[in-house]
Design a protein around this ligand. Structure first.
Ligand SMILES: [Zn+2]
Length: 255
C-alpha cells in the first residue's frame, strides 16, 4: 500500500528532535512522498534544507500563508519570486484566505492570493489553498481565474457537499486529513456523497492529528487512520482508497 502525504510541515521545529524517526516511520507506513507547504520567509530555508536532506521523499512548495500576510507582504512576495526563478517547486502554497484569525489584512490577502494564482498559472504547477472560514470566497477566486489550465487543491477541506461539488466542477481536488475522524465533523457524510474521484490525502502535520491522537502532534504515518476512515464511509476498500488518492496526487502534482 502506498500513500502520499500532500500537506505536511515536517520542517517545523516541532520535528527537530526526531525528524529521522518520523520519516522512517512514514516509510514503514507506506508514505512514499511528503509534500511540504511553505509558510513564509522565516521557514523557507529550513524547508529547503529538509528537502535536500530527504531528497526524493520530501518535496517543497513555495508560497505565502494567508496568516503571514502583514505589513511587509510585498517583501515576502519578492523573496518567493526569487525562489521560484531559481528552482522547480512541486506547487505554489500554501496560499488562500483566512478569515478566522484576523481580518485586518483582508484586502492584502486577496492581492497575495491572486499573485500566487498567477504564478501557479505561469509555472504550470498546482496551487494549494488554505480556506479557513472562506471556502466560498476561495471558490470564487478560482472560478475567476480558471482558464482551463489552473489546477490545485482545497487543503484541509471541511465544507459542505454543495461546496465539494463546486470544487470538483472546477477540476480541483480536496485535501482530506484528520478532521474526517473527528466526532461530529460531518465531513464523513459529505465525503460519502462526494466520493473519492477528487480526493487527496494530507496530515497538515504537526496540526490536526486524527483520532486516536487528536490534540497530539500529528505526523505522516498517522495518515493510515484517515485511509481507514475514508474506506469505512465510502464503498472503497482500504487498498482502493490508497490507490485512488495516490493516483490523484501523482496526477495533480506531476510526481
Ligand atoms: Zn498547512
Amino acid at each position: 500500500m502506498t500513500i502520499i502525504d500532500t500537506h505536511s510541515h515536517v520542517y517545523l521545529p516541532e520535528f527537530d528532535q526526531d525528524r529521522e524517526t518520523i520519516v522512517e516511520r512514514a516509510d514503514k507506513a507506506g508514505i512514499i512522498r511528503i509534500l511540504m507547504p511553505a509558510i513564509d520567509s522565516t521557514t523557507h530555508e529550513n524547508m529547503l534544507e529538509i528537502e535536500k536532506h530527504f531528497a526524493g521523499k520530501c518535496m517543497a512548495m513555495m508560497g505565502l500563508h494567508p496568516c503571514s500576510v502583514m505589513e511587509k507582504y510585498d517583501v515576502e512576495l519578492g523573496i518567493i519570486e526569487q525562489h521560484l526563478s531559481k528552482k522547480k517547486f512541486v506547487a505554489i502554497g500554501e496560499t488562500g484566505l483566512d478569515f478566522y484569525w484576523d481580518l485586518s489584512f483582508k484586502d492584502q490577502q486577496y492581492e497575495v492570493f491572486q499573485q500566487q494564482i498567477s504564478w501557479a498559472l505561469q509555472y504550470n504547477i498546482p496551487v494549494v489553498i488554505h480556506s479557513r472560514n472562506s471556502i466560498d470566497e476561495c471558490i470564487e477566486m478560482i472560478q475567476k481565474n480558471q482558464d482551463g489550465s489552473l489546477k490545485g487543491v482545497f487543503h484541509c477541506f471541511s465544507g459542505s457537499l454543495q461546496q465539494a461539488k463546486k470544487i470538483m466542477e472546477l477540476g480541483f481536488y480536496m485535501g482530506i486529513g484528520g478532521v474526517i475522524t473527528f466526532k461530529n465533523s460531518g465531513l464523513d457524510l459529505v465525503m460519502k456523497e462526494a466520493g473519492l474521484s477528487n480526493v487527496i490525502l494530507e496530515t497538515d502535520a504537526p496540526y490536526l492529528a486524527p483520532v486516536p491522537y487528536r490534540g497530539k502532534r500529528n505526523e505522516p504515518s498517522y495518515l493510515n487512520y484517515v485511509v481507514d476512515k475514508l474506506a469505512s464511509v465510502t464503498t472503497a476498500s482500504v487498498e482502493e482508497v490508497s490507490e485512488i488518492t495516490t493516483a490523484n496526487a501523482q496526477k495533480l502534482f506531476s510526481i
